[in-house]
Design a protein around this ligand. Structure first.
Ligand code: NAP
Length: 448
């Protein structure tokens, strides 16, 4: 017996779901739908351009895509090109691997100022996501402030700090290079609301910040640990490594005031973005925090002590957030689609038939690329437990449905043409690839 599964999204969790489906004993055909013309989700649009090694995992996704039961439909947005209830009629099951598409808000006055952006916007822009290419980032000022201390904050801090020669050999877009090469930013502040023991970044990423050519890393706080911090550090490998490296950097890194500087500040929350009459950001007001609560649960509590920093551009990097999907339940507090081991459930626990989730929309925006493999295996196991009891309502092929609806799509073979085109264009300028950032150009190259 043959089964058909639709996967919505084409990032790492989507490909790991396809891989897990192909590994089962059943004969399963997988159709993967992606709203962008190109595959790989955050692997292409999120992973920093100077982390090329991480992107080589796409080779294993290429291998999954060679399975004769796999098809890719790029430029097809479920919920727009085809509604989910219609799609479900053509498949035994649907797995949503749609990630966390938006970002959290700080909810402070002035957040809408000119030159106040989200890190996700900046990342999508320098990584060539078509819909972000008209965004403008003003790097004419001296001071950039990044709120948050996760690995995304570290990525954007690095991109704003690295010498342009280090970026020119990556797959960052040409447009971003042209903007960054004229950057006047001298001070990049990366600011966390809690302390060094709670920092969300990981040691490897912190190490990179301390090793950028001609750039200081200045750690403003003393690395003193409270009793609760000590307990946390004892229990967390990540925290232990971070603290050791922060101490090492604090004691050993030289500081040359003539150079660009990355400033690490802890225990500080932004409370107001101060603007001029033209709605342009000028300063950010912060309140110092103290930590309260037991080890592992320590929270930032305002102390009543304030300070201000000059600011020409602000990027908030305080975490991604899932968005509701039309027709499906949504856990607004966690920003995920409620589920039981990947099976979508209503808020009262009732299963939504034949509908599954994996990746960030399932568990929230955490973990590294590899985390998605086990996550998708769990979802596919749940799906396989009941797939034999499902039937397809309309046995029609999606290619015909798409043609009937006049929807132009990109196949995996098409993507390989674009892939090669980008690699060739990159080679001309010493880059691993030059991304095509316009959907029209993609279809022109494909002559579709
Ligand atoms: P994250 O790791 O969850 O970090 C979010 C940061 O924002 C934390 O410092 C958090 O502080 C802070 N924050 C949250 N709400 C805040 C508020 N209202 N005010 C001030 N600060 C606030 O998220 P992320 O950096 O977006 O990364 C998402 C995931 O992708 C993570 O698992 C990350 O490791 C992964 N990633 C990995 C790499 C890599 O491997 N190189 C690169 C990029 C991303 P609190 O701790 O106090 O909440």
């Amino acid at each position: 017996m043959n089964f058909k599964v639709a996967i919505i999204g084409s990032g790492p969790s989507a490909f790991y779901a396809a891989q897990a489906l192909f590994k089962s004993d059943l004969n399963i055909k997988v159709d993967m739908f992606e709203k962008l013309p190109t595959p790989f989700g955050l692997l292409r649009g999120g992973v920093a351009p100077d982390h090329q090694q991480m992107k080589t995992v796409s080779k294993s996704y290429d291998k999954i895509a060679t399975n004769e039961n796999f098809r890719f439909f790029g430029n097809v947005e479920i919920g727009k090109s085809i509604e989910l209830p219609e799609l479900k009629q053509y498949y035994n099951c649907v797995i949503l691997a749609i990630g966390a598409e938006t970002d959290r808000k700080m909810n402070i006055p002035g957040e809408d100022a000119i030159s106040s952006h989200t890190a996700t916007e900046f990342v999508a822009w320098y990584n060539g996501q078509p819909s972000y290419q008209n965004h403008q980032f003003n790097l004419d000022g001296k001071s950039a402030i990044i709120i948050g201390q996760g690995n995304v904050a570290v990525d954007v801090t690095r991109i704003l700090s690295k010498p342009i020669s280090n970026l020119q050999t990556t797959d960052i877009t040409n447009q971003a290079i042209n903007c960054l090469k004229d950057s006047k930013i001298k001070d990049v502040y990366m600011i966390g609301r809690r302390g060094p023991a709670q920092a969300a970044f990981t040691e490897l990423e912190l190490k990179e910040l301390g090793n950028i050519e001609n750039v200081n890393l200045k750690i403003h706080d003393d690395i003193n640990l409270s009793e609760a911090d000590k307990k946390e550090v004892e229990l967390s490998n990540k925290s232990r490594k971070n603290i050791a490296l922060l101490n090492e950097f604090k004691n050993s890194l030289p500081y040359d005031p003539s150079k660009k500087t990355i400033h690490l500040l802890f225990f500080s929350s932004p409370v107001e973005i101060i603007k001029d009459n033209n709605n342009k950001i000028t300063k950010v007001k912060f309140e110092k925090n103290k930590l309260t609560g037991e080890a592992g649960m320590q929270k930032a509590q305002a102390s009543g002590e304030f300070f201000e920093l000059d600011c020409d551009i602000l990027l908030r990097s305080i975490g991604y957030r899932g968005v509701p999907f039309k027709g499906l339940p949504f856990d607004d507090r966690r920003g995920v689609i409620p589920n039981d081991k990947g099976q979508v459930i209503q808020l009262d626990g009732t299963p939504v038939t034949n509908t599954y989730v994996t990746g960030w929309i399932k568990r929230g925006p955490s973990g590294v690329i590899g985390t998605n493999r086990s996550d998708s295996i769990e979802t596919v196991d749940t799906c396989l437990n009941s797939i034999q009891n499902t039937t397809i309502i309309k046995n029609e092929d999606i290619e015909i449905i798409l043609a009937d609806k006049n929807i132009k799509y990109v196949t995996y073979e098409d993507w390989k043409i674009i892939d090669q085109y980008e690699i060739n264009e990159g080679q001309k300028v010493g880059k691993p690839r030059e991304k095509v950032t316009s959907i029209n150009t993609i279809f022109e190259i494909l002559k579709k």
